[in-house]
Design a protein around this ligand. Sequence first.
Ligand code: HAM
Length: 422
Amino acid sequence: MSNKIQSIRGMNDLLPENSPLWQFVEGVMRSTLKEYGYQEIRMPIVEKTELFKRSIGEVTDIVEKEMYTFEDRNGDSLTLRPEGTAGCVRAVIENSLLRGQAQRLWYMGPMFRHERPQRGRYRQFHQMGVEVFGLEGPDVDAELIAISARIWQQLGIDSVTLQVNSLGSAHSRERYRNILVEYFKGHQDKLDKDSLRRLESNPLRILDSKNPEMQSVIEQAPVLEDSLDEEDLLHFEQLKTTLDSMNIGYEVNPRLVRGLDYYGRTVFEWVTDLLGAQGTICAGGRYDGLVEQIGGKATTAVGFAIGLERLVELMREQSLSFGEEKPHAYLVLAGEQATSVGLGVAEMIRSAVPGLRLITNLGGGSFKTQFKRADRSGARLALVIGDDEAASGMVTIKDLHGKSEQQTVSVDDVANILSRYN
Ligand code: HAM
């Protein structure tokens, strides 16, 4: 007896019963982005480790503790992408997409982080990310927030709130950093080991600590807002005014700092309290310095990513329904002759009625068995070809919901009748 091989902890299968909801959610996102004129880009799942270190930041939870990093057969250090922004920036530089034009891009796919798995937090999860290059904002920042808001609206989600903050320009953050180091140095006895280490390398990260014993020293820390310069403040003010004019409600959360180093100025998160501890379903912000940092020409940029597992979970929490698509018809093929002509007839019907969802009975079985399968499939109609029908080129149509009379018609007429159901 051999042992069963199991999946990796925190990496889930998406089962067929759940895929209609995922497809619905993905479809809404695709069509919304198309309506705003955004184009899809697909990047590899594996990148050089260096890319993530340089963009997300050496002193972040992701880079320090969560990356799936390995050496490939050439001895190069590679990493399964923990997020999509870094790869997207690499791709737009490498493919010269930034020459004198703005780019509005999106991507969707799996990301990998070695976190402790729990509800809403997985080791393989999926994001739909949007990135815009070459527009300084804050109009584009506002548009991105409007896109996310429209996606919630299309999905029927009404249990999320928007938090916004400005982290200021690199210059303002440097000033704030010094103030913060001074403050935390005065309270070193209250800092845990991680934070003491970060005091020199990345003091802003200390504000992100979830350690309950540090919450009061964090709460009393100076706020970044006081270090913002005039241009930062104007950018942030204009973002808020635009959100107001678009009727999008928000809370300013001065403690919102984000877990990745590349952000400056606008940052935002959509949060819900229906999902327990992992309540952020979407997060993003501006990262004006990153393109240059990765070796491209200085280009402003802003984006966000939605966590699909959390979004789908939230839809379930809100008991949202969606148009589940059952088959229109199930083709019952009884008798030897019927089976051999049946598949040919099925193909003719498919060509004649585009979009028809038709399941063909495969693997034989008695009339009774096949009708049971037809019922179980949820199909509205059974199309029946027995040996009589096969010989005369006819098909019998039976309404499985019993609403109309059974009728036997020619193959050509089947197509006509079915197009009415489609
Ligand atoms: P992030 O905040 O690290 O940002 O992730 C964005 C979203 O991905 C989170 O709000 C959450 O919904 C989902 N997520 C993150 N980690 C997990 C996990 N372990 N399990 C399930 N869901 C998770 C970014 O990744 C940035 N690249 C977003 C961005 C794009 N900023 C600018 N452009």
